[in-house]
Design a protein around this ligand. Structure first.
Ligand code: ADP
Ligand code: MG
Length: 394
């Protein structure tokens, strides 16, 4: 079903409600730790401003239970104003007399930012009363909040039916374009590289990808559960004992389908995440008193070869505990391999994976780095996200 682009909707003089995902990490001093999500929606905001819209930007931040000054969008508004080189009017609450007045007084090309939507319980409850209040600020509704599209909240779903016009912002359209390509017919070999903490977090996406890809490379803590499912003792490694039957069933199904599942052949082992004496060991001779905290160099090389030959790659989940330099080599080597294959369509999704790509300094060399964590996984799993479905026109 077609979704209208913000570019095709006349907005001059109109009040445009722009839902963005400015759920950025804050520093302890309430500064912005990473403004990537703010910059990601800048093209849409600039477009609306330059078209002479009265722009009402709205987002959630964190998980406040009611109004909470420590979760105010104020630092976000300040950063947005710096990036725009223009004033941004922050309302003192998401809805109410103050917000209504700021919106009513907006001039063409002016930008307001509503206070944190989650200060009101109606946001997550998708309460119709709250949705109508938000809708009363808008002639046009635009959603650019891909990272929140898997949630049916008042600002992502509920309010839309109360606004005359709807469409998607540039970021939302770009996310849909790239992630949809992974669901259609792509150039092969098609690889999925999956890692991260838990099999249980990712079983849905693992199963759905296994039906589409040629090969799946598995690393991270989740690989330990798969190796344990194959009967390999991995010492003190993090293993989801209760997921071993699930892991076994998954491996069996993949084998029946002819999908190659590549598990690590070696690992970086240490007595604990604090241990600086990490060493590479074969997964067949894993020391009983150690745990696996990264894929080993032989695995990284094998994964690198596969990635170099691929034409389409989706990556989610770090290969190890990459936050610690002694366990980051595997993840960074996968990031470099992906960046070193310019012929492949490469897509990376997942909060920690994206931050690994950034730390590796290769973001520019990846076809698409998704701003969504849970949303990109659900999309790649083939689920229809409520925030996207609500934008579709009959
Ligand atoms: P994403 O956010 O990209 O979806 P996840 O949240 O699933 O990724 O997993 C990332 C986390 O998994 C990181 O915090 C990383 O430290 C952890 N992790 C990955 N491999 C291991 C491992 N072998 N042992 C312990 N933790 C791991
Ligand atoms: Mg994560």
């Amino acid at each position: 079903m077609p979704i209208r682009s913000v570019k095709d909707i006349p907005v001059e003089g109109k009040r445009v409600f722009l839902r963005v995902d400015f759920n950025v990490p804050l520093t302890p001093a309430r500064g912005i730790a990473d403004d990537a999500r703010i910059r990601a929606s800048l093209p849409t905001i600039l477009h609306l401003r330059d078209q002479g819209a009265r722009v009402v930007v709205a987002s959630h931040l964190g998980r406040p239970k009611g109004p909470d000054p420590s979760q105010s969008l104020e630092p976000v508004g300040t950063r947005l104003a710096e990036l725009l080189g223009d004033e941004v009017l922050l309302t003192d609450e998401p809805v109410g007399d103050g917000a209504r007045k700021v919106v009513a007084d907006l001039r063409e090309g002016q930008v307001a930012l509503l206070e944190n939507l989650r200060f009101h319980a109606g946001e997550e409850a998708n309460d119709d009363q709250f949705a109508r209040q938000l809708a009363s600020y808008a002639d046009v509704y635009i959603n650019d909040a891909f990272g929140t599209a898997h949630r049916a909240h008042a600002s992502t779903v509920g309010m839309i039916k109360h606004v005359p016009e709807k469409g998607a912002g540039f970021l939302m359209l770009k996310e849909i374009e790239f992630l949809s390509r992974l669901l259609g017919s792509v150039e092969r070999p098609y690889l999925a590289v999956i890692g991260g903490a838990k099999v249980s977090d990712k079983i849905g996406v693992l199963e759905s990808l296994a039906a589409r890809v040629d090969k799946m490379l598995v690393g991270g803590a989740m690989a330990s559960t798969f190796l344990a499912a194959q009967g390999k003792p991995l010492g003190k490694s993090k293993i989801e004992q209760d997921k071993l039957p699930l892991a076994r069933a998954f491996l069996k199904k993949a084998q029946d389908r002819g999908v190659g599942i590549l598990l690590p052949i070696d690992a970086v082992a240490a007595s604990s995440p604090e241990d600086m004496q990490a060493r590479a060991v074969s997964v067949d001779e894993f020391p009983a008193d150690a745990m696996s905290l990264d894929i080993g160099p032989k695995t990284a090389a094998a994964f690198g070869d596969e990635i170099a030959r691929a034409r389409t790659v989706f990556w989610n989940g770090p290969m190890g505990m990459f936050e610690k330099p002694q366990f980051a080599a595997g993840t960074f080597s996968v990031a470099r391999a992906l960046a070193g294959n310019p012929r492949a369509l490469s897509v990376v999704g997942g909060g920690d994976s994206v931050s690994a790509i950034e730390q590796a300094g290769v973001t520019e060399k990846i076809s698409h780095v998704s701003t969504g964590g849970g949303a990109s996984l659900e999309f790649v799993e083939g689920k229809l996200l409520p925030g996207i479905a609500a934008l579709e026109r009959p």
